[in-house]
Design a protein around this ligand. Structure first.
Ligand code: SF4
Length: 297
């Protein structure tokens, strides 16, 4: 289902953000509640109103910028929840505004299930996280936001994401351990993903560049840790780069228009259940890392 940008500004400046600087310069008036309602009603009538993922099955993604900065945020969550009754909604947020307990409570009240709040953790400590988020104090506020939500009886389901790039991929093991301690005794999901070469993620290429083989090796090295999560997923990883025991965690995490299957994939037994390569990644790195899986072992 479509990506719906709820707001175009952000209080973080994440190095690997997939948005362009131009997006944040759009007039914020375009993201107010009335405009949001107009676009959704148009979409529900069958007219194209959203740019990304509009033909893909699955959850509705409420994105940004940072959606919680929208002055109409709580009203917008109430509106989308009511209008898309029973549909799974996923809100992508840095979680910082939930450090205000009253705001967290109003959100939890509005975000009735099926609703997932996805928050990214960039490292196991403030310096590592804030360095990637480009905002001092972001880690502290994000954690406080998560704790405030966890203290509420009606908190939405939490998905904690670790987006890997050159600055943090070697810290995957301590980051996963940190998340386990933070969420001890809770039901949640962890997602480990390779960053996308888009927007700021493309502009900051010199700082971020790392191959899928390198991040997949770190993921492989964390296989035991990943097995210790109630639910774990891997996004944007070609299955042939992962050890066999982890392939079941690898999701087809991108819409068809963003995926590429180079000629090597044609004879691979996992072609139909694999995400392949991200198109910008294929352009930058080629397909030399892929090792098609034989039809029979
Ligand atoms: S060869 Fe292609 S289809 Fe097969 S696992 Fe690798 S990326 Fe996926």
């Amino acid at each position: 289902m479509p990506d719906i940008p709820l707001w175009n500004k952000c209080n973080n400046k994440c190095l690997m953000c997939a948005n362009t600087a131009g997006f944040s310069r759009n007039a914020s008036g375009d993201y107010g509640l009335l405009k949001q309602a107009y676009r959704l009603e148009k979409y529900l009538c069958g007219a194209g109103a959203y740019r990304k993922n509009s033909r893909t099955a699955g959850a509705w993604n409420l994105t940004g910028g940072e959606p919680t900065l929208n002055p109409d945020f709580i009203k917008a969550i109430n509106y989308f929840r009511r209008r898309l009754e029973g549909e799974e909604l996923t809100l992508l947020s840095n979680g910082r505004r939930f450090s205000d307990p009253a705001f967290a409570a109003a959100f939890a009240e509005a975000a009735r299930p099926p609703f997932i709040l996805a928050v990214s953790i960039h490292g196991p400590a403030a310096a590592a996280h804030d360095g990637v988020a480009g905002a001092k104090g972001a880690f502290k506020e994000t954690l406080l936001g998560i704790r405030n939500l966890l203290a509420l009886p009606a908190a939405p389901f939490l998905e904690l994401r670790v987006i890997l790039h050159r600055l943090n991929y070697r810290r995957l093991a301590p980051t996963l351990s940190f998340i386990k301690r933070l969420m001890k005794g809770r039901r949640y999901r962890v997602v480990v993903m390779h960053y996308e070469i888009e927007g700021s993620g493309a502009g900051n290429g010199k700082k971020l560049e790392v191959s899928l083989s390198a991040t997949a090796r770190q993921v492989d090295a964390c296989a035991r840790s990943l097995a210790g999560f109630g639910e774990a997923r891997l996004y944007h990883f070609p299955r042939c780069l992962l050890k066999p025991g982890l392939r079941r965690l690898a999701m087809v995490s991108l819409p068809p228009e963003d995926r590429a299957y180079p000629p090597a994939c044609a004879g691979c037994r996992d072609r139909e259940v694999c995400v392949g390569l991200m198109k910008p990644y294929l352009l930058r790195y080629g397909a030399g890392e892929l090792r098609p899986l034989p039809l029979k072992d």
